[in-house]
Design a protein around this ligand. Structure first.
Ligand code: SF4
Length: 491
């Protein structure tokens, strides 16, 4: 059960004549699973850019009255979890920078790995950078030419694009950006493509011209009636304005190395999202099927931990021939993560989130399929709950390999000292969780289940092979902070 926080959700729409704020609301609502701390949008009518953002869920931040006041022909939006920068209003996005007579907004999914160096380049004093996204906005703003009185809006037209071409090659780490100025929206995917970003089209109707949409995940296109066109390529920048849609490659070729986060397939993305050309749900089912072949065990019932463990459990049942059933009911009004900050509160959070179906479990040998174990606290509480409900045996099956390294690319994971698989052996984990057996899906089977031949993945949290150098604190060995080169892990 993933108790790491997710990334963020980004969205953008260029659709003159259509209610862009409402479309952005619907898109963000479909991306709510990627971030539940704050939500915001920036809307332009060509003259005025209006930004509205606040702490809370999309439905808390926006209502009909607010949306109807946000008029324009383009908009971008964001749902946030804090990965770099605290969970405060100041860090809610989109970030806005006013430059001369114009301005721009930026929405970021990911986490930069060279923030200190960039802050130095921007001449920002330590402590002045409130988030890595804010820093990128600052660097972009510095690229804009001085606002000479005679400078017209038309002369500002290429400023944001030019600024991005200057700044992006200096930025390292994970970033899917959606940006806007008065007249265009721009999507950018980092050269590794750590986080997803896709392009969709709103077809022309009798009433409206054709429009374009950018979104972290394809269901945000479906929900507003847009057609999925394609995923942006790693290292690609797409510019959408009234005249055209253009693709630019601002990064040097040697930096292009596709490494989509493998955990998007395991847990983060919605099951109905298309990644690397495949629907995520199918990949999760195949993970379960392959898991069933790895270490067969006798059982009476295969059950998934709601909700992301369910497709893999269905696959496990298919692969093993053991009947699938429900063993836990999830309170559907609770978020995907626990706000509770301590281990004890996190364990209590399981009771708020899940409740056992006693008649289905009592006296049975249950095979419980979950997507991952991070700290193990919530998994342990869930196992205790199943034992109390009368389970005769509990065989835990995990549809990903052991999570052993922190993520530095946009997921808020704990230090290594808190990652169960980093601090305990398999036998110790079995004992700690109080299960009868435990099996993790192998990395080879995980890649096989995703079924995207030739595609590149980041698997750093599973292998310690960080594709982009990161600052890693080596708490386990007591050594001081070290910089780890690409492709290697600290001892
Ligand atoms: S370290 Fe893990 S969670 Fe982070 S981007 Fe890589 S695969 Fe995804």
């Amino acid at each position: 059960m993933m108790d790491a926080k997710e990334a963020c959700g980004v969205f953008g729409v260029y659709a003159p004549g259509r209610p862009v704020a409402h479309l952005t609301f619907d898109g963000l609502y479909a991306l709510q699973h990627r971030g539940q701390e704050s939500a915001g949008m920036a809307v332009s009518d060509g003259d005025l850019i209006t930004v509205m953002k606040d702490m809370g869920l999309v439905t808390t931040v926006f209502d009909e009255r607010k949306l109807s006041g946000l008029r324009g022909h383009l908009a971008i939006g964001h749902t946030r979890y804090s990965t770099a920068g605290s969970s405060d209003w100041i860090n809610a996005q989109p970030v806005f920078r006013g430059v001369g007579r114009t301005g721009f907004g930026l929405a970021h999914n990911g986490n930069l790995t060279n923030t200190d160096a960039l802050a130095e380049q921007a001449n920002m004093l330590p402590g002045l950078v409130s988030s890595d996204s804010d820093l990128v906005a600052e660097l972009l703003g510095q690229q804009f030419p001085p606002d000479l009185p005679e400078r017209t809006r038309a002369e500002h037209a290429a400023d944001l694009e030019q600024a991005l071409i200057e700044v992006l090659p200096k930025v390292e780490g994970a970033f899917s950006f959606v940006l806007m100025d008065a007249d265009r929206i721009i999507g950018v995917r980092d050269p590794n493509g750590f986080r997803p970003l896709c392009l969709g089209r709103l077809d022309a109707t009798d009433e409206f011209d054709q429009g374009w949409v950018l979104a972290s995940e394809s269901p945000a296109l479906d929900v507003i009636g847009a057609t999925f066109i394609r995923e942006l390529e790693p290292g690609e920048m797409v510019i959408i304005d009234g005249k055209e849609i253009r693709s630019v490659r601002p990064f040097p070729n040697e930096r292009l190395d596709p490494r989509l986060c493998i955990f998007e397939f395991v847990y983060f993305a919605r099951p109905d999202t298309t990644l690397y050309g495949n629907e995520v749900h199918g990949a999760r089912r195949r993970m379960g099927q392959l898991l069933a072949t790895q270490r067969p065990v006798d059982g009476d019932l295969v059950m998934g931990v709601p909700e992301s463990g369910v497709p893999a459990a269905e696959g496990y049942a298919l692969g093993s021939g053991i009947p699938y059933g429900q063993g836990l009911v999830k309170n559907r009004y609770i978020g995907r993560t626990f706000i509770a900050p301590t281990q004890a509160e996190r364990a209590n959070g399981v009771r708020r989130k899940l409740n056992p179906l006693r008649e289905n479990i009592a006296g049975k040998r249950v095979i419980v399929v979950d997507d991952s174990i991070v700290r193990g606290t919530t998994t342990r509480a869930m196992v205790k709950m199943l034992r109390e409900a009368g389970a005769a045996e509990i065989h835990l099956r995990i549809s990903s390999p052991p999570f052993q390294w922190p993520c530095y690319y946009g997921i808020d994971t704990p230090d290594r000292t808190e990652l169960l698989a980093a601090i305990k052996t398999l036998d110790e984990i079995v004992e700690y969780l109080d299960v009868d057996s435990l099996e993790y899906l192998t990395l080879e089977h995980l890649v096989q289940a995703i079924d995207a031949p030739g595609a590149g993945f980041c698997d750093a949290c599973l292998t310690g092979n960080y594709p982009v150098p990161v600052q890693v604190k080596v708490e386990l060995t007591g050594r001081p902070t070290v910089t780890v080169a690409a492709g290697s892990a600290p001892a």
